[in-house]
Write a new protein. Structure first.
Length: 274
């Protein structure tokens, strides 16, 4: 009986060791840094995020020409399922349905079904692992990196007096824009490179930014903005159009604007701070 117990314990240890070995071989090493693109300093066009109003009517945000004094280094590809799974296995990220299991091909698909907190947690974890500073881009940085892949928002006249009807109309436009592309995440490179060499910008997976939602009133000259208080229970996600995505939380007990599963079409990529 004692021999059987010892044999069983040995088998358990071997199984555990095997499990660890398999994971060690499949998870990315800390030194395996992602491929990045460095965008040189210089001028770029920027149309601010948020709702802009002139005497109460929705208008286009002013198009600005800005000058970047420093380079911008951004991941060439979106964070993949395999990369996110390493953070989950380390106990630093919340698991999602698409981060578990799957084939080698699916492991390279962009990670979706992550809320803003999940993406931020991954950035913090990855920074610790690499001893570098990685973070989500803000909307300005994302637009700079997207270059010609940034799509201007269509301003629709507010004919409806009912705000709920305007929200429903905006939601319908967003759904229609998403419906023009393949709904399932596609392999890396499906949507090609932009002029900077960044891959899959404005494909069918939107990307989180750090920019909060804000309403802005324009002054009498129609140019000078007066920004109202920002609301950071929702953030701007960039893709085929700008989207305001609520920071959904999975557990209603921890608070948040709304509870539920994160969107299956939102992922992220990070920038490396210099």
């Amino acid at each position: 009986m004692k021999s059987l117990l010892l044999a069983g314990a040995a088998l358990s240890v071997m199984a555990a060791a095997t499990s660890v070995t398999i994971w060690t071989l499949t998870r990315p090493a800390i030194t395996d840094l992602p491929e990045t693109v460095v965008i040189a300093p210089g001028e770029f066009s920027y149309r601010p995020a948020g709702a802009y109003r002139f005497y109460g009517k929705l208008v286009d945000a002013p198009l600005e020409t800005q000058v970047a004094d420093t380079p911008l280094e951004i991941m060439k590809f979106q964070v993949s399922r395999a990369e996110y799974a390493a953070c989950v296995a380390d106990g630093a990220c919340q698991a999602s349905i698409v981060s578990l299991g799957g084939s080698a091909t699916s492991a390279e698909l962009p990670q979706t079904e992550v809320n803003w907190y999940d993406a931020t947690a991954y950035a913090a974890w990855f920074s610790r692992q690499t001893r570098q500073h990685w973070r989500l881009p803000d909307d300005r940085e994302w637009q700079r990196a997207a270059a010609e892949r940034f799509f201007e928002d269509e301003i629709v006249a507010e004919d409806e007096d009912d705000p709920a009807q305007r929200w429903l109309a905006a939601y319908a436009r967003n759904v229609a824009a998403r419906g023009n592309t393949e709904p399932e995440p596609q392999p890396r490179g499906t949507f090609g490179e932009n002029s900077h060499g960044v891959v899959d910008m404005s494909g069918n997976v939107w990307e989180w930014t750090t920019t909060c939602v804000a309403n802005t009133d324009l002054t009498a000259d129609g140019v000078s903005p007066v920004k109202q208080q920002e609301y950071c229970g929702a953030h701007i996600a960039e893709g085929k159009h700008r989207a305001i995505i609520i920071d959904l939380v999975r557990n209603p007990k921890v608070g948040g604007c709304a509870a539920g599963l994160p969107a299956d079409y939102v992922g992220f990529r990070l920038v490396r701070a210099r």
